[in-house]
Structure formats: C-alpha cells, structure tokens
Design a protein around this ligand. Structure first.
Ligand SMILES: [Zn+2]
Ligand SMILES: [Zn+2]
Length: 251
C-alpha cells in the first residue's frame, strides 16, 4: 500500500457497501457479514432442508450426472425472489447478489465463501482441486454488453486462484431467436440447451470441471452446461452456485 493510500485509508476508512458502517473485509462490515451467515441457515418451506440439500423444483439437475462427496451440487445460500423480499426487509443476500450483477461488488467475498466450501468437499471426496478446471455458466451477450463483465466469470477466476487450479471460459451463449422468447416457461427450459454451446477447442476430454453460477432456479442452465461437458467426455462435473432461488410451494 502506498503512503497516499494509507493516509486516505485513515481519513476515509473503507465502509460496508450495504450499510455504510466501517468495513471489516471484502466490502462488508461485521454485522452484515453475520446477517449473511445467518441467512444461509434458512430452510426450504417444502422439504425443510438447507440450500445445499434441497432438491425441490430441480428435476433437471436431479437427472444430471454431477457428484462430489455425495452431493449433487453446492449452494452457499438462498435467494428469496423479489415478491417475497418485502416480508424480509432486513435480508442482505439479495442486495449483495444484485450488486454483484451490476458492479461485480462482493466478488471477492462470494469467491472466498465458495472456495472454502469447495475445499471442504474436495477433502471429503479425496480429490485434488488442482486437477480440476473452473468454468462458469455464461450470462447473455446482451447483459454482458450492458455491464461489461459476467459476474459468474468474475467469481470463477477468483475461485480458481484460491483453489490453485486453472479457469477456462468453456461456453458461449448464442442469441435466442424471437421465436424462443415467445415460448412459455416449460418450452424455454427444453430449448435452453440450444442457446449454450461448448467451446470444444478449449476443452480437454477426461477433465474435471467445476461449474460456477450465481442463482440456480430450476437448474436448466447448469444442467445444459453439465450435459454438454459429459457428452464431450468430461470425467467429472460439479456445479457450485451462490444461491438457490427459494420457492414457497411445490413446483
Ligand atoms: Zn454493513
Ligand atoms: Zn426443498
């Protein structure tokens, strides 16, 4: 740190991006960090499991060939959709994920949380993280043009550094046609695969791939990416997402 930065730090100590209190680390104060941690313990109202155990509404993921230490995927926490957010005005997770999407805020925080959990799972599974490649489910070209970055890529690059393994941009999302936009929910899910392609030149047969995404709703995107990897000869695929969208009723 330069002298100038040190002086500026004294005059204007870094503040929490959520509440403006004094920052502790990675853009968060101690109390907002605690709130985030508390929110990870929320249970699914349908199956009463935590975010990383609940499989409600994820039929596609259930069929996907993903596994690490007996888990189908890793999810750090829940994302409570906006219509329910008014019931929980104090929640911090949704605000943090929105700021991540808009400005890549909290990328260090989320990458740190993911890497810690992944290291635990790798250890349980007897896997060496250095033999894995970190990739991510791509956001739409339209969104990328608007913000200039892909939040999942930001997380993937940081996670790869923390785990000591390579990161690779393995997928490309092709623009959905007007036709596709007019389709209903279930048809769109069935067609999700058509809009994501694997960059075969960057992929090695037999490789093990960690698949990063920010919010998992039905698991359609993650399943499409996982399916493409398995088809192309990946020996292992494991999705690691920041949050599961919480559903209040059975789908
Ligand atoms: Zn705060
Ligand atoms: Zn559930």
């Amino acid at each position: 740190m330069s002298l100038k930065d040190a002086l500026l730090g004294l005059l204007f100590p870094p503040v929490c991006l959520l509440c403006g209190e004094r920052e502790e680390k990675d853009g968060l104060c101690a109390s907002c960090r605690k709130k985030f941690a508390r929110e990870t313990f929320l249970r699914c109202p349908v199956c009463h499991e935590t975010a990383d155990r609940c499989l409600c509404g994820t039929d596609l993921l259930r069929g996907a060939n993903t596994e690490l230490a007996g888990r189908r995927f890793l999810a750090l926490t829940w994302y409570v959709p906006v219509k329910n957010a008014a019931e929980e005005p104090d929640r911090v997770t949704e605000k943090m994920i929105l700021m991540l999407k808009d400005r890549a805020s909290f990328a260090d925080f989320f990458a740190g949380e993911l890497a810690r959990e992944l290291n635990r799972l790798f250890e349980q599974a007897g896997e060496d993280p250095r033999e894995w490649t970190v990739s991510f489910c791509p956001r739409s070209a339209e969104r990328f043009m608007k913000t200039g970055f892909d939040q999942s890529e930001e997380i993937a690059r940081r996670v790869s550094k923390k785990l000591g393994c390579p990161a690779e941009n393995l997928f490309v999302r092709v623009t959905e046609s007007e036709e596709q936009k007019n389709l209903g929910g279930s048809e769109r899910k069935a067609n999700a695969r058509d809009s994501i392609l694997l960059r075969k030149s960057r992929f090695r047969r037999g490789s093990k791939v960690l698949l990063i995404d920010d919010i998992l709703t039905t698991g359609a995107t993650v399943s499409s990416c996982a399916g493409l990897l398995v088809e192309a000869g990946a020996s292992k695929v494991f999705p690691a997402v920041l949050s599961r969208a919480l559903t209040k009723e059975k789908r």
